[in-house]
Design a protein around this ligand. Structure first.
Ligand code: ADP
Ligand code: MG
Length: 277
């Protein structure tokens, strides 16, 4: 006699149903990601309903291996960077995009933005890569990894297609230095994105002295059509003149005698950067 447990059968039935549903979703995501292979940036922006302004278009469509964006608060640095990361990850399978920033919170925000774009393209609820806490594994095998700003975690990545350094003026030189070898194998692209933070550090150095290999874009707040003159006038009364020049006019301020004296900057850095932005 064959003994049948109806509850058990039902459970197995539901389990199979769930598995086949998960399989169907996986295949759907794979099809969605395949349809983006080789996609042009302009087409991607249009799929996402993102209409880049002239400066954003210029950097997004550039194939320069070295890009520095020294742009005002609210210009769209995070949006543009997440788009570039997404495009690199979709363009070809098994691409590796690594983003670093001064804090885990910012790295998390970057990844969230990439996830939002992926969801808008029909690729929702993608898992991490199983290694990095802040990561996304795309159905085409590409990975987007966001690293918190701890130098030790930078090592061990090779063959990176795109390395993004967000809030680069606040990232320590040692982290930047340790990140270089990541790009060696694939001749990967490097994007540094920030507002200035004094005439110091690698962001300033590459901007001022980095040579012609860099594509540099500087956009101040008065040049950005999305930021109103009224808002800027109120900011000028709210914050100090130097801070305004730095945050909205993208100026690298300071020397040994100025308000951005190196020691003051180091002190601000050590005392908790996260509170500054
Ligand atoms: N081309 C654009 N069209 C419409 N809104 C934009 C555009 N670029 C940026 N934004 C919006 O401007 C705001 C600031 O963008 P964000 O990427 O956070 O700037 P940043 O990182 O430079 O401070 C966001 O609300 C973003 O959606
Ligand atoms: Mg930002």
């Amino acid at each position: 006699m064959i003994f049948c447990d109806p509850d058990l059968e039902r459970q197995e039935y539901f389990q199979r149903l769930l598995e086949s549903e998960e399989k169907r979703r996986r295949q759907e995501r794979l099809r969605a990601s395949d349809s983006f292979l080789g996609i042009r940036m302009a087409a991607l922006c249009s799929r996402l309903g993102f209409r880049p302004d002239a400066g954003q278009k210029a950097v997004l469509e550039s194939d320069s291996k070295r890009v520095i964006l020294n742009c005002t608060r609210q210009w769209g640095k995070s949006s543009v960077t997440a788009l570039k990361a997404l495009h690199t990850a979709l363009l070809a399978p098994k691409a590796l995009v690594v983003a670093m920033s001064p804090s885990e919170r910012q790295s998390g925000e970057f990844l969230l933005k990439v996830r939002e774009y992926l969801a808008a393209l029909g690729m929702e609820k993608l898992r991490g890569d199983g290694v990095n806490k802040l990561s996304i594994l795309l159905p085409n095998g590409s990975r987007v990894v966001a690293l918190p700003g701890v130098e030790a975690t930078m090592r061990g990545y090779s063959a990176v297609d795109l390395l993004i350094v967000e809030e680069a003026s606040r990232v320590k030189d040692a982290q930047y230095d340790s990140a270089g070898p990541m790009l060696a194998v694939k001749d990967g692209a490097l994007w540094l994105i920030s507002t200035p933070y004094g005439a110091r550090g690698f962001f300033w150095r590459e901007w001022e002295l980095g040579g012609e290999e860099w594509l540099r874009l500087r956009v101040t707040a008065p040049e950005c059509s999305r930021i109103s003159a009224k808002f800027l006038a109120s900011e000028q009364t709210r914050i100090s003149a130097d801070w305004y020049r730095q945050e909205y006019l993208c100026e690298f301020l300071g020397n040994e005698n100025g308000p951005f004296h190196k020691e003051l900057l180091e002190k601000a850095y050590d005392e908790g950067l996260e509170d500054l932005f």
